[in-house]
Design a protein around this ligand. Structure first.
Ligand code: AMP
Ligand code: ZN
Length: 467
């Protein structure tokens, strides 16, 4: 590949040059939503980091195969379906549909595969059988557990130390804290009111951790390149996935582990259980622009916490308006007749800095700073000698690159609809002025001002921007 990508690998605790196992093909597994509720913008921050990851890999020349699982069976989905008295399928179908609507609203590109856990029960059973054959399991009261003492690497990802006192103790819940490191459940004995499958392991249902090991292997192979999630997935979820997959196959499971820091609210992780969350729908209903939300969530590199505030969102909206204005000013200004004040080399320098930023462990802040610098130079050039046509063509390519990687430019449709109407009024005002009908020209200026549109009469004609 022409540009080296560096990632901070949680497993080795250092930045490393990225190489794929299969030349030119990046295979990644991104832990997806538990579909018992509408996702919140904290979840979406993680899915957005994964979106930039796949876009960066593609832009830098890799073919990408991304798998994002849909956890449609676990403690939470079962509880939710039970509370409503509907089937698990009916309950989770509803939230899967809403999940896809949300990621589309946020311009998150679709992965190649969205496996549902309940469609992979035979693969999960098979994985447990392989673990049993390798001496990693035991059965107690109809449930099968992973004995962590049989896996010497247990704890390598999260850095936990095995506490001998707890050896042999078990945990049945899908989620638990580091202090509770114990043998964990692979296959759970049936309970009344819970769905269960008749299998060679006996009747029951899978534990959450088993699901991701089985689905990743089924779709990406026994060893693949990248596995991601947010930091809360490191322990126990990803630690357990490594134990299950490597315990069964004897092969290294994943080369590079990437973990996003949390979206926080007043210092606390945004979480459904805490009630301190916002959904994308909440924010859009309050009139916030999804493109600005995307911008806000990308403005802080993924390995740093991001504190969500409405002031921060208003700041992102102001940035979007500035972007919109700069782009429209460029669009409405005729090309320079001479050489102009912006060079092709300036545009190429920007593209290079954008890609260097993304290749530097997905440093979105650096990539965005480069883009703002470019727009500053565009504005300066428009104040000066203008921009010649060949440079404008290169700028169009550069904006295309921004869209392919970050996808933060204002929604074209909205700007186009509204813009066409404003352009018509501006043209009418110009005609009125030419016909010396200054009263009409003034009325139009005032009407536009009331809509927050400011006119500027320049030697190249009238340009407009939003307040
Ligand atoms: P869940 O639906 O709870 O399985 O979460 C889906 C993804 O969102 C997982 O990768 C979580 O680690 C991640 N996640 C949950 N809460 C947050 C948060 N506050 N900020 C960022 N990512 C989160
Ligand atoms: Zn997972």
């Amino acid at each position: 590949m022409s540009r080296e990508i560096r990632f901070y690998n949680t497993l080795t605790r250092q930045q490393e040059a990225f190489h794929t196992l299969e030349p030119g093909h990046a295979r990644l597994y991104t832990c997806g939503p538990t579909v018992y509720n509408v996702v919140h913008i904290g979840n979406l921050r993680t899915f957005l980091f994964e979106d930039v990851l796949r876009r960066t890999l593609q832009t830098l020349g890799y073919r990408v195969t991304q798998v994002m699982n849909l956890t449609d069976i676990d403690d939470k989905t079962i509880k939710g379906a039970g509370a409503e008295g509907v089937s698990l399928r009916e309950f989770t179908d509803r939230y899967i549909k809403l999940f896809f609507e949300d990621i589309d609203t946020l311009r998150i590109q679709r992965a190649e595969h969205y496996p549902r856990a309940t469609d992979y029960i035979p693969q999960m059973v098979n994985l447990v059988r392989r673990l049993t054959a390798n001496g990693h399991t035991y059965v107690l009261e109809g449930s099968t557990y992973f004995r962590i003492a049989t896996f010497p690497h247990y704890g390598r990802l999260s850095g936990i130390l095995l506490d001998e006192v707890k050896a042999g103790a078990r945990v049945d819940a899908d989620e638990y804290e580091k202090e509770d490191v114990r043998d964990f459940v692979l296959w759970k004995a049936p309970k009344s009111g819970e769905p269960s499958w008749e299998t060679v392991l006996g009747p029951g249902r899978p534990g959450w951790h088993l699901e991701c090991s089985a689905m990743s292997t089924a779709l990406l192979g026994e060893s693949f390149d990248i596995h991601t999630g947010a930091v809360d997935n490191i322990f126990p979820h990803h630690e357990n996935e490594i134990a299950q997959s490597e315990g069964a196959t004897g092969m290294p499971f994943v080369h590079t582990w990437l973990h996003a820091e949390h979206l926080v609210v007043e210092g606390e992780k945004m979480a459904k259980s805490k009630g301190n969350f916002f959904t994308l729908r909440d924010l859009v209903e309050r009139g916030h622009d999804p493109a600005a939300i995307r911008y806000l969530l990308l403005s802080v590199p993924y390995r740093q916490k991001l504190n969500f505030t409405f002031d921060g969102l208003a700041g992102a909206e102001a940035v979007m308006r500035r972007l919109d204005n700069s782009l429209r000013r460029l669009q409405h200004t005729p090309p320079a007749t001479g050489g102009g004040s912006l060079a092709i080399a300036d545009v190429e320098g920007f593209e290079s800095e954008l890609l260097d930023g993304l290749a530097d462990d997905l440093n979105t802040a650096r990539a965005l700073a480069a883009f703002h610098m470019l727009l500053t130079r565009v504005n300066q050039a428009l104040d000066g000698e203008g921009i010649a046509q060949p440079v404008r063509d290169r700028l169009d390519d550069a904006f295309g690159l921004v869209q392919r990687t970050l996808d933060i430019l204002p929604a074209r449709q909205r700007a186009a609809d509204d813009g066409a109407q404003i352009n018509a009024l501006v043209a009418e005002r110009t005609a009125a002025r030419q016909g010396r009908d200054f009263a009409r020209a003034d009325t139009i200026r005032q009407e536009l001002a009331a809509r927050g549109i400011i006119l500027e009469d320049t030697p190249h004609g009238t340009v407009w921007h939003r307040q």
